[in-house]
Write a protein that binds this ligand. Structure first.
Ligand code: CP
Length: 321
């Protein structure tokens, strides 16, 4: 795998290989020294044009745990403020010969464009409403640890599907792993024709009790130009996941950040069924596995990513750095 731009490009075997690798990094994370030398001498750039806490911090920590040199750029406060284009920004950062660029950008397709402008491996950390593939991988990892397998499991994704790159990536990944996916939300927040991706669509929480997993989505207020719901109070009355609606055997997930009291009640977030904290922890080891897969896991890397590639193509993850 050269880049991680879309979960559509990652087949079930490749997903399982990344998750297995993440399990081995979870074991490293339980040691006193949590660092391995896999990417020593390599550089990872994170380039974020949108706000992030989880994705940016976990990719940064993942790069450090793998002993890479890290350059972390947030568009706000960088020369992007002076009008520098995405292409020129990528060219500038590529001059440092990074092995990977992790990019988040508000425009769908931005990561794909970056991949055409740099010899580095490119990871899509979220491009507009399009995709968030590393989120999908960490969510499958979290569920695999809890359920063993997703085969035949019923997963309801509830809320603002229209603006959600997570919904799209997770729908693809969950189905690829054998789950049955239902999308639930008001008609204004479900994209027309999304059933073609192989899911069921419903506009009410009736029947939620069949779900093994309830995956609530954030109401993306910053992306809503039109008034797509009458009010947040009315949305919450119809679609909020609370402890009345969530049965004791059901698991609750959310990609974060959560609007507490809107898409999920505070009580449900803090309930034993909530996997939200486990999802965040999974983000670190899964993103280590993604960087490993792209930079050290495959056959010999093309020379574009640097001379050290061949040496680090057989990394020792059992040895501390
Ligand atoms: N889930 C997610 O992408 O969170 P951040 O926006 O905090 O990175």
């Amino acid at each position: 795998m050269k880049n991680l731009l879309s979960i559509e490009e990652v087949d079930r075997g490749a997903i399982e290989a990344i998750l297995d690798r993440a399990e081995s990094f979870a074991e490293v994370g339980r040691r006193d020294i949590k660092k391995v030398p896999t990417l020593r001498g390599r550089t990872v750039v994170t380039l974020f044009y949108e706000s992030s806490t989880r994705t940016s911090s976990s990719f940064e920590l993942a790069a450090k745990r793998l002993s890479a040199d890290l350059v972390s750029v947030k568009a706000a406060g960088s020369s992007v403020d002076k009008g520098e284009s995405l292409k020129d920004t990528v060219a500038t950062l590529s001059a440092y010969d990074p092995a990977a660029i992790v990019i988040r950008h508000p425009y769908a397709g931005a990561a794909q464009m970056v991949a055409a402008w740099t010899p580095a491996a490119v990871v899509n950390a979220g491009d507009g409403k399009h995709e968030h593939p590393s989120q999908a991988l960490l969510d499958v990892y979290t569920l695999r640890r809890r359920l063993g397998s997703l085969e035949g499991r019923k997963i309801w994704i509830v809320g603002d599907v229209l603006h959600s790159r997570v919904a799209r990536s997770n729908l693809i990944a969950f189905r690829r792993m054998g789950a049955e996916v239902t999308l639930c939300g008001p008609p204004t927040l479900i994209p027309r024709g999304i059933e073609e991706l192989g899911c069921r669509v419903t506009h009410s929480l009736d029947g939620l009790e069949e779900a093994d997993v309830v995956y609530a989505l954030r109401m993306q207020l910053e992306r809503m130009n039109d008034k797509l719901v009458p009010s947040l109070r009315e949305y919450a009355a119809n679609f909020q996941i609370d402890t009345r609606r969530l049965g004791p055997r059901q698991l609750l997930m959310h990609p974060g950040p959560v609007n507490r009291g809107v898409e999920i009640s505070g009580e449900a977030i803090d309930s034993p069924q909530s996997l939200i904290g486990e999802q965040v922890a999974a983000g670190l080891v899964v993103r280590m596995a993604i960087l490993y897969e792209l930079l050290a896991g495959g056959p010999e890397r093309p020379s574009a990513i640097g001379e050290g590639a061949a040496q680090s193509s057989a990394p020792v993850i059992g040895q501390p750095a």
